[in-house]
Design a protein. Structure first.
Length: 568
């Protein structure tokens, strides 16, 4: 599937480059006046409505983008992913997070083996275990029900599950299943994060889920050892087997740690960390909190989009259209950032999750063949729920830099409120902004309009909005587990489409390795200096200066028996 030629050398790429000049002559005000065009840019699938009419694109743009998809062999690359080909070539792995939510009777092969039965074996094990914990059939060392769960993981083992958990917290069905239970996520190795997670919890009623594929991730394992000490100090070392379980493939280290290997839940090397929320990484803690039946609906929502992505024509394919438009904005119109703006507080952790999925996937400087790229890849993703963001960074996107925006709205609120005497409900007030902001960005406000409103001349430059700022809108019917799964899969596949078109490997992340290896050297130096008084050696002047200050001024902090763990 890999090719030594770069996409920018194709006629389709050059055609789009030349087309930019045509689009620069057209304002979004004019594009939006074309009803036929706007109607063609509204797509409805499985209750999800996409409106991309406020993109700086016309019929010609879309045709040229579809030509680019052909030149990049996009359909063949999508098929390769679904067929289990080792498209993660630098790690020689398949990319099959789609198998994690496939129906039980599906056939998805990796190396000639159908992996779906293995997936469902783990899902059935999670269903059984979570139901035993939730029913009280599995209890802690002192016989108390385990009603509190702390999931330890970092990166994809943390951000994805946290996003789904946060999104479900106020869903009426999920509330009923979660009553009397708590789920917390421990990621940062900073001891403050440990202190926050165990605050108010009793080890007797707490179950810890340690998520690490290799069981060697430095931050995760230090946090795991810290909570193991918290449990052991209160209940004795033997309690670990009843209060800690693992999501890992390294059963030897799991057992050595003190966790029964029978209480380890597997996942596979064809699951990338940032794409792992539908594996035991996310399904286990979420099932413990909400019950497996709720989480299964989340998986079904993601699977619906998977099948749509695989089979729908590109003209009606949500992830493909979003990916093509992202390429247009980044590589041709020159907009390097994207704002993700969900008009639902339940989605407050969505942008941080997609930030990782997108920037870790597509932040690459070489092609899939290792050829340095003469063009930029990836987007700078950020976001905040509306209307909070409007009072934060919207000033920039209205009158400063041009940043394409994704507006995400929900028809029915998880928690509707309508106060007597108010003009509209609270959700209507929120959604009024969802509908207004894209038009404000597209149309702007001219000096002539301001003059008609009798705005004083000195203020006109300050109150003028240029408009012509692209956005798209996604409208979900509600925000239940199924819809959350849909939203996740739409963005996962959008990111894959971008990588396929740029000709990069979106499924490795070598960029995180260098800093980790250098941190190992620093860790050894800190140990040598603290324990043996050895001088700092092997670092540049700047790092040596900073390390010296750190060691000198932290010398009076007690090193032994220093704990934030509460006494029970």
């Amino acid at each position: 599937m890999a090719s030594s030629s770069l996409i920018y050398e194709t006629g389709a790429w050059k055609d789009l480059k030349a087309h930019v000049e045509d689009i620069e002559k057209i304002h979004l005000r004019d594009l939006m006046s074309d009803t036929v065009r706007c109607k063609s840019m509204i797509i409805d699938f499985d209750g999800v409505l996409l409106d991309y009419s406020r993109q700086r694109a016309n019929f010609d743009t879309l045709n040229k983008l579809h030509n680019l998809a052909k030149a990049a062999h996009l359909k063949e690359k999508i098929n390769g992913m679904f067929n289990g080909e080792r498209i993660n070539s630098t790690e020689n792995r398949s990319v099959l997070h789609i198998a994690l939510r496939a129906p039980r009777d599906s056939v998805i092969n990796s190396d000639g083996k159908n992996v779906v039965p293995d997936v469902w074996q783990v899902l059935d094990k999670i269903r059984d275990f979570s139901e035993r914990v939730r029913s009280g059939a599995w209890v802690g060392a002192t016989g108390k029900v385990l009603k509190d769960v702390i999931a330890i993981g970092i990166g994809g083992s943390f951000l994805g599950p946290l996003f789904v958990h946060t999104a479900l917290q106020k869903d009426p069905e999920a509330i009923e299943f979660a009553r009397g239970r708590q789920l917390r996520f421990l990621a940062n190795v900073d001891p403050i994060d440990v202190a926050r997670n165990i605050a108010g919890l009793n080890p007797e009623t707490t179950l810890v889920v340690v998520v690490s594929k290799t069981f060697t991730t430095a931050e995760t394992m230090l946090n795991a050892r810290t909570l193991r000490e918290w449990i052991s100090a209160a209940l004795g070392p033997q309690a670990v087997a009843k209060h800690m379980v693992a999501v890992s493939t390294n059963l030897t280290l799991v057992e050595k740690f003190g966790i029964d290997p029978n209480n380890a839940f597997a996942f596979w090397d064809w699951v990338g960390g940032r794409y792992s929320v539908c594996s035991a990484v996310g399904v286990l803690p979420l099932s413990l909190q909400y019950g497996f039946s709720v989480v299964e609906k989340f998986l079904k929502g993601a699977s619906s989009i998977d099948q749509h992505f695989y089979s729908a024509p590109f003209e009606k394919n949500l992830p493909v259209l979003l990916g093509l438009l992202s390429i247009w904005n980044v590589s041709f119109l020159g907009y390097p950032a994207r704002a993700i703006l969900p008009y639902s507080q339940a989605l407050e952790k969505f942008a941080p999750h997609i930030q990782q999925v997108s920037m870790e996937s597509n932040g690459k400087g070489v092609s899939i063949d290792g050829v340095p790229l003469p063009y930029e890849t990836g987007e700078i993703d950020f976001g905040e729920p509306g209307t909070n963001g409007q009072h934060s960074f919207y000033q920039l996107i209205h009158q400063g830099r041009v940043i394409p925006c994704d507006f995400i709205g929900v028809v029915k609120s998880q928690q509707p409120v309508y106060l007597k005497g108010e003009m509209v409900s609270n959700h209507d007030e929120l959604m009024s902004n969802f509908f207004a902001q894209p038009d404000a960005l597209a149309y702007g406000k001219t000096a002539e309009q301001l003059l008609k409103e009798n705005v004083p001349q000195p203020l006109i430059p300050h109150k003028t909005f240029s408009g012509n700022r692209p956005s798209l809108s996604l409208l979900l019917p509600t925000l239940n587990a199924y819809n959350i799964g849909q939203l996740l899969a739409i963005y996962e596949h959008r990111i894959a489409v971008e990588g396929f078109l740029w000709g990069i490997n979106s499924f490795d992340q070598w960029g995180v390795e260098l800093g980790k290896s250098l941190a190992t050297q620093v860790r050894k130096q800190l140990h040598a200096s603290r324990k043996k008084g050895e001088p700092i050696e092997g670092f540049n002047f700047s790092t040596t200066t900073m390390l010296t200050r750190y060691l000198e001024e932290s010398a009076d902090v007690p090193k032994e028996d220093c704990t934030i763990l509460p006494k029970i």
